[in-house]
Design a protein around this ligand. Structure first.
Ligand code: SLL
Length: 281
């Protein structure tokens, strides 16, 4: 860990959304043929990953990720160095499910200690109903187990605060184009830094960049997509659905409590009557 530099920015908390998890697929002649050299008892190919929400770059705060796999797997502790705009991930094959330890190493400017997450590699969809099992499937035969998480940086050091807040930028734009477009010395004098989303989008359109879908997020921001897209299930839309489910469940629980209380009252009344009868007897 690098020695902390500068002062902490008091009273400030910065969060960055990210996604981690596993995607597995059974070997199948047609859709997922087993590559040569893979042991006979291996039934699935799978991937474990850590990435930005909406696939945006997160290497400006996350430097490397160590994945600790099951000991039965050759070379089971793997360190993945961050590559700008790419997910931290490992592809493997195997036959069994197990817990993966995912250790996050932050950029040195953060002076943050590494932190470990645990994730269960899921090869088989499970659930009490077909619908529950279906929710774990993607494109028919992929089994997904993905989690949304928010990394919180509490009172970051000043230089790291600068990195975190030095301006949201549009994703997937070649670095050279971005540099030319946002350089203050470019003929227009336009800079993406400190611009509103609308200004950035207008400028993107002017420059002929492909328009992003509604709810697409800017890199280096804490944005969460507004709506779901295939392969991108974490959004405000999902959040609203979850809130609705929780509210409905709370109403159900209240109704159950009301009924239970009624029953208890009935039984207490009966008990009282029986006691009185007994006293007479
Ligand atoms: C189980 N707790 O007993 C689990 C262990 C181990 C999975 C699962 C081996 C891969 C390889 C593999 O899939 N191990 O040989 O490369 O079910």
């Amino acid at each position: 860990m690098a020695p902390p530099t500068g002062k902490r920015v008091k009273g400030v908390q910065i969060f960055r959304p990210f996604v981690y998890g596993t995607t597995a697929q059974p070997f199948d002649e047609k859709t997922n043929p087993k590559p040569p050299g893979i042991p006979d008892d291996h039934t699935h190919s799978w991937t474990v990953f850590v990435k930005g929400i909406d696939d945006v770059d997160i290497t400006y705060w996350l430097r490397r990720v160590q994945f600790k796999l099951h000991e039965s797997i050759p070379n089971h502790v793997r360190m993945i160095e961050g590559e700008k705009g790419k997910p931290f991930q490992i592809h493997e094959t195997g036959w069994g499910e197990f817990e993966i330890a995912i250790k996050l190493y932050y950029v040195p400017e953060s002076a943050e200690k590494p932190q470990t997450l645990y994730h269960h590699l899921r090869l088989h969809p499970y659930g009490r109903t077909e619908a529950e099992k279906e929710a774990m499937r993607l494109n028919g035969n992929q089994v997904i187990s993905w989690a949304y998480e928010e990394q919180i940086f509490n009172e970051p050091y000043e230089p790291f605060y600068e990195i975190l807040t030095s301006g949201a930028i549009p994703p997937s734009i070649p670095a050279s184009a971005l540099k030319a477009a946002s350089s203050p010395s470019a003929s227009s004098g336009f800079s993406f830094q400190g611009k509103s989303q609308k200004e950035i989008r207008d400028r993107e359109r002017e420059l002929g960049f492909a328009p992003r879908t509604e709810g697409g997020v800017l890199e280096r921001s804490a944005m969460i997509p507004l709506t779901n897209r295939p392969g991108q299930p974490f959004s405000r839309e999902t959040e609203q659905l979850e809130i609705k489910k929780l509210k409905e469940a709370a109403v159900k629980v209240e109704e159950m409590m009301r009924k239970l209380k009624e029953e208890v009252q009935k039984k207490e009344k009966l008990l009282k009557e029986l006691k009185e009868e007994n006293a007479k007897g």
